[in-house]
Design a protein around this ligand. Structure first.
Ligand code: WT7
Length: 631
């Protein structure tokens, strides 16, 4: 499963194209299957219908936990670093984690959860979050983790879409110097969630919470009622493992569905090879488990490989902006995997809190979530990696389950801002607007995939047509990523950003339509249009053009802006709050009523002299007004 030289990479790549089934079958043999698969792959990208390791039976937790016990039972599986550095960190060995997962799996069973049920998990970054995830997988329940920063409304939408039976949460969460109520947010959400029969509440902040009789139970009390004996449920390779919601260019978030066999193989294969993981290494992925990065590279990938994975509860800047480096030295981190937005933010504080750290344990650095600019890349390389740690700029998506395009640490020659080359098993293709392949090097186009890999999404929960429409209809026969991409003279890939109406704010994916819908819910708002603009730290900032029924005076405008921010926070969550709000009396629309976002983007970027063709506008004069009032 492990590629060790660049030559081996090339050989493996060729093999994966010549005989993909044989290629993946060999890799999949490195896992523990209850029953082997009978056919490796069946697929078409028209329906779409993708199945890997057909007939294979397994449980992913046997691969992440049980099979390691004889050899790695006493090795740390999880190191937990709390928000407050004065609180003790916690180490769970594989044996301890196995024990706790089995116990909590029994708690879920006790509370009526059976194979196939959906369980919503809304938790802080504590070991219990990983335990809850794995406990679901143990009994064949489908987890749907909702990031702890989402609002009650967002939780409710996700719970209802998946018809979750149980919610696992905590009283509250610590993040930096803030205490965030989680249970009360869940309570608000559940007013509109009839499918939920049980809420299991873990104690973290001891903030007062209301516990509804007959519905709400305490994690700590439940766990006393069970044993640590919980045989893993036998799952089909194509049984659902989890749902994870992600924003698209239209409407409400989609529930991306991943299945047991393919996802497991892909998460572990990519973890092993991209980071060139060596036994005993400590891996620190700074993402939240509420995002796919945390699913694949905090929980499943590292554990499937027997690695030690760090879970960090806090933020990069608390108690000060040296926290990542404190953690690196304290836990002797070997692999650090973080996001460009975090790097840029830490970079802005200078080197004072970097230079007083050792950092010599670091061996590999990773970047994920958004394009990394050259300055950030070099800062990371020079000051954190001391020019001796390979940087892997890993490109992938919630839908891909794991990394698709990335250097293999130390094997692939890196180039700042380039995700470089596809992993063996990944077949990218660039197409123009008409879906015609753009061949050769030194070209750019829309990034698609022409062949499935085991981690590809199988459907969007409850709405397969939406899956087809979103990913497989723009260019028939291809999976469309939504990203633009350049392939340089060396055949290296550089992701240039989304080509659809999806923003990437601090590595978080946010649909413009979602933000607009939230703004439009505010009283007095007639219409709005949201675009992204370049932001020094966040990568992209959110710029909202808003029409209100009464043009506000300057004083009112400030108040109204605040109210709009409060509305967006309440409807989606603080991460979707616009950075800039401009009140306008009209939006640039074509005669058919379509908003010309191209123009709005240009104005938001401050590039007002190059608006391009505006003659197709219904009322070109609105553009002048918007230009004049631009922020
Ligand atoms: C979108 C997917 C899967 C990781 C977390 C984000 C952008 C992701 C990179 C990268 C340039 C990147 C793309 C992609 N993106 N990684 N290394 N370089 N862009 O997952 O929320 O599903 O977002 O993030 O635009 O489509 P996600």
């Amino acid at each position: 499963m492990r590629i060790r030289t660049f030559d081996e990479y090339q050989t493996a790549y060729q093999k994966s194209v010549d005989d993909p089934e044989e290629f993946w079958a060999e890799i999949a043999q490195h896992f523990q299957w209850r029953k082997p698969w009978t056919k490796t792959l069946q697929w078409n990208f028209t329906e779409p219908n993708v199945k890997w390791f057909i007939g294979g039976k397994l449980n992913i937790t046997e691969n992440c936990l049980d099979r390691h016990l004889p050899t790695l039972g006493d090795q740390p599986a999880i190191i937990w670093e709390p928000n407050d550095p004065a609180e003790a960190s916690v180490t769970l060995t594989y044996r301890m984690l196995h024990d706790q997962v089995c116990r909590f799996a029994n708690v879920l069973k006790r509370n009526g959860v059976v194979k196939g049920d959906r369980v919503c998990i809304y938790m802080p970054m504590v070991p219990e979050l990983a335990i809850a995830v794995l406990a679901c997988a143990r009994i064949g329940a489908v987890h749907s983790v909702v990031f702890g920063g989402f609002s009650a409304q967002s939780i409710a939408d996700r719970i209802n879409d998946a018809q979750c039976k149980v919610v696992v949460t905590a009283d509250g969460a610590y993040r930096g110097n803030k205490e965030i109520p989680l249970k009360s947010t869940v309570d608000d959400a559940l007013i509109a969630c009839p499918s939920v029969q049980r809420v299991i509440v873990m104690t973290r902040t001891r903030t007062p919470v209301s516990m509804l009789k007959g519905r709400d139970v305490w994690w700590e009390q439940e766990i006393k009622q069970v044993t640590a004996d919980c045989p893993a449920e036998e799952m089909d390779a194509e049984d659902m493992l989890f749902i994870l919601y992600t924003s698209g260019s239209t409407g409400k978030p989609k529930g991306v569905v991943h299945t047991c066999g393919g996802y497991m193989v892909y998460a572990a294969y990519t973890f092993q090879n991209v980071f060139q993981y060596e036994p005993g290494q400590v891996h620190f992925c700074t993402a939240d488990i509420g995002w796919i990065t945390g699913h694949s590279y905090i929980v499943y990938g590292p554990l499937a490989c027997g690695a030690t994975s760090v879970i960090f509860e806090g933020t990069p800047t608390y108690p000060d902006y040296g926290r990542f480096w404190d953690i690196t030295d304290k836990h002797k981190i070997n692999i650090l995997y973080t996001a460009p937005t975090a790097i840029r933010s830490l970079m802005s504080f200078g080197l004072e809190k970097v230079d007083n750290h050792d950092l010599s344990s670091l061996q590999v650095l990773g970047s994920v979530g958004e394009p990394i600019n050259e300055e950030a890349w070099h800062w990371y390389d020079d000051n954190i990696g001391k020019n001796r740690c390979p940087i892997v700029d890993t490109w992938w998506q919630t839908e891909t389950g794991g990394i698709l395009i990335s250097p293999l640490a130390g094997l692939t020659k890196t180039k700042p801002t380039y995700a470089t080359l596809p992993l063996p098993g990944v077949q990218p293709i660039l197409v123009d607007e008409n879906g015609i392949e753009i061949e050769g090097n030194g070209v750019s186009g829309n990034l698609c995939m022409k062949f499935p890999w085991p981690g590809i999404l199988r459907t969007t929960y409850g709405d397969h047509e939406r899956c087809r429409q979103t990913y497989f209809s723009a260019y028939p026969g291809l999976y469309f990523t939504g990203d633009g991409c350049l392939r340089d003279e060396d055949g290296y890939y550089r992701i240039t950003g989304r080509v659809d109406d999806v923003l990437n704010v601090s590595g978080h994916r946010i649909g413009t339509a979602e933000v607009e819908n939230a703004i439009n819910m505010h009283t007095g708002v007639v219409e709005s249009a949201v675009v992204g603009y370049p932001h020094d730290i966040k990568g992209q900032g959110i710029y909202a053009y808003v029409i209100t029924d009464q043009q506000p005076s300057d004083h009112d405008a400030d108040l109204t802006k605040r109210d709009i921010l409060a509305t967006v926070s309440r409807v989606i969550g603080p991460i979707a709050k616009p950075d800039k709000i401009q009140f306008v009396t009209g939006l640039p629309k074509t005669r058919s009523g379509k908003i010309m976002r191209r123009i709005l983007r240009k104005i938001a970027e401050g590039d007002t002299n190059n608006l391009g063709d505006t003659t197709t506008l219904l009322d070109p004069s609105v553009v002048d007004e918007i230009k004049t009032g631009a922020l």
